[in-house]
Design a protein around this ligand. Structure first.
Ligand code: IMP
Length: 440
């Protein structure tokens, strides 16, 4: 059973890119299974001269910097051809071979300029409505592209291969979207001919990467190859299990891996939940432990909590164990990786949400419906903080006792071992001997 899944256990931005990059040398294939260029997976390292390097991946899986790894963009991803080609060029400029190591599913749906235009118009409309209910999307056209997929009017990568079919489908889609843009949103119509020409051109550039990735992955699994499935966003943004409608339009949760890659669930052996040592959220929607004060600002500045894709300041708050227990339940985490513990250094005390109060009653149940979650009051336990800079620590036993206690508290509450601990953005800033010490 050689599939492992890396899943965001909160609202995204937990550090999945770094953990995927770390685990890549032990696998043969790294595969993205959902989302699109709304993701921003940051990989940071030191070059030979010791200078800091950083790369933000949006579509290409985070295994690309390891020569032994083949990367797959699965059928569950919505692909912006322009964004992926730009990303490939940037990676190639670093001297990395992408041509022979990246495979793109022929069944992945394409993001079109009209998806972004429709999304912009929808968000504007929502923002100006009386109840101010804009989602705060990344503006990458993700929602409208998935809408077309399920309405069976989407255009897939495979459609790029036949120009006549592509022209015909594009023309029909653009004309339909133009009618919506003009008549419903009073927005500017798009130029059909320009878009048709642009997308016909993508075909030539993308052709060599396109294949039936489900077949490729299943054959690889038959030959005992190891696959790491890389989720994007976080479980609390799942379209079914997150705080709908303030969610993304795909399934970042474990189930999304099988449908987004075309691999059987019986092949999955490890489900690794990535949890930041505190919480962040970008965009709108309920966030019970949000700190709209100095402590929140301190976390934002120390943690560099600004969107890797949009640059938006992230909302910051205390660790929410009620939410984490919920995402552990729906994903079946058999291991946790806690990230950004170093950011908590210097805080006098640390609050951890262990219960919610709702309608006068306390509960450890996480309500995924936005209207209830909006009204819960978080109840905290307070743990001691620590002053020491822990970013250079490489062993659990060398962490301040308070940091060890903080991790033990998380592992015990969730009932899942912490297998990895990240204490800084760079590759080497990792502690691998947390379990079983944290649960002992
Ligand atoms: P969309 O995915 O662009 O449709 O945005 C829907 C919601 O998901 C918004 O609240 C976004 O801020 C959030 N979101 C989408 N992608 C990410 C991500 O990679 N990290 C964190 N939040 C995200």
């Amino acid at each position: 059973m050689p599939v492992s899944i890396v899943i965001g256990s909160q609202w995204g931005d937990e550090g999945k890119g770094k953990i995927t990059d770390l685990l890549s040398p032990d696998v043969d294939i790294v595969a993205r299974y959902q989302g699109g260029a709304n993701a921003g997976h940051t990989i940071a390292w030191e070059d030979e001269s010791g200078a800091e390097e950083e790369f933000v991946l949006h579509l290409v899986p985070s295994g690309i910097f390891h020569d032994n790894v083949t990367c797959v963009i699965g059928n569950g991803v919505v692909l912006d051809p322009k964004a992926v080609l730009e990303e490939i060029e940037k990676i190639q400029a670093l001297g990395v071979d992408v041509e022979n190591r990246l495979k793109i599913s022929h069944n992945a749906h394409l993001i079109m300029p009209y998806h972004k235009a429709v999304e912009a118009a929808q968000e504007q409309e929502r923002a100006s409505a009386n109840d101010d209910d804009e989602i705060g999307t990344t503006g990458r056209g993700i929602g409208p592209a998935y809408t077309d997929k399920f309405a069976r009017t989407g255009i897939r990568v495979v459609d790029l291969l036949d120009r006549d079919v592509l022209r015909q489908k594009l023309r029909r889609s653009i004309e339909e979207k133009n009618a919506i843009l003009r008549d419903v949103y009073d927005a500017e119509a798009l130029d059909v001919d320009r878009i048709v020409e642009e997308y016909v051109e993508f075909d030539q550039k993308i052709d060599s990467y396109v294949t039936d990735t489900s077949k490729y992955l299943c054959r690889a699994l038959d030959r005992d190859k190891r696959v790491l499935a890389e989720g994007a966003q976080g479980s609390l943004l799942d379209v079914d299990f997150g705080s709908y409608p303030f969610v993304t339009s795909s399934h970042p949760t474990a189930g999304g891996c099988c449908t987004g890659l075309g691999v059987p669930p019986t092949e999955v052996e490890r489900v690794l939940g990535i949890a930041k040592a505190y919480c962040t959220r970008v965009g709108n929607g309920p966030f019970p432990t949000e700190l709209d004060n100095e402590a929140g600002e301190e976390l934002r500045q120390k943690g560099g909590e600004f969107g890797a894709t949009t640059g938006r300041p992230r909302r910051c708050g205390w660790l929410d164990l009620v939410a984490l227990r919920y995402t552990s339940m729906i994903n079946g985490f058999n291991e946790l990786a806690v990230t950004k513990l170093d950011v908590l250094s210097g805080m006098d005390e640390l609050k951890v949400c262990t219960q919610y109060r709702y309608d006068g009653k306390t509960t450890r149940r996480f309500p995924s419906e936005a209207q209830t979650l909006e009204r819960v009051e978080p109840l905290y336990e307070t743990l001691d903080g620590w002053d020491e800079d822990i970013s250079g620590v490489r062993h659990f036993a060398d962490l301040p006792t308070e940091a060890q206690d903080y991790l033990r508290f998380i592992a015990e509450y969730i009932g899942v071992e912490i297998g990895l601990l990240s204490n800084g953005p760079r590759r080497g800033q990792i502690i691998k001997d947390v379990a079983p010490a944290a649960t002992a």
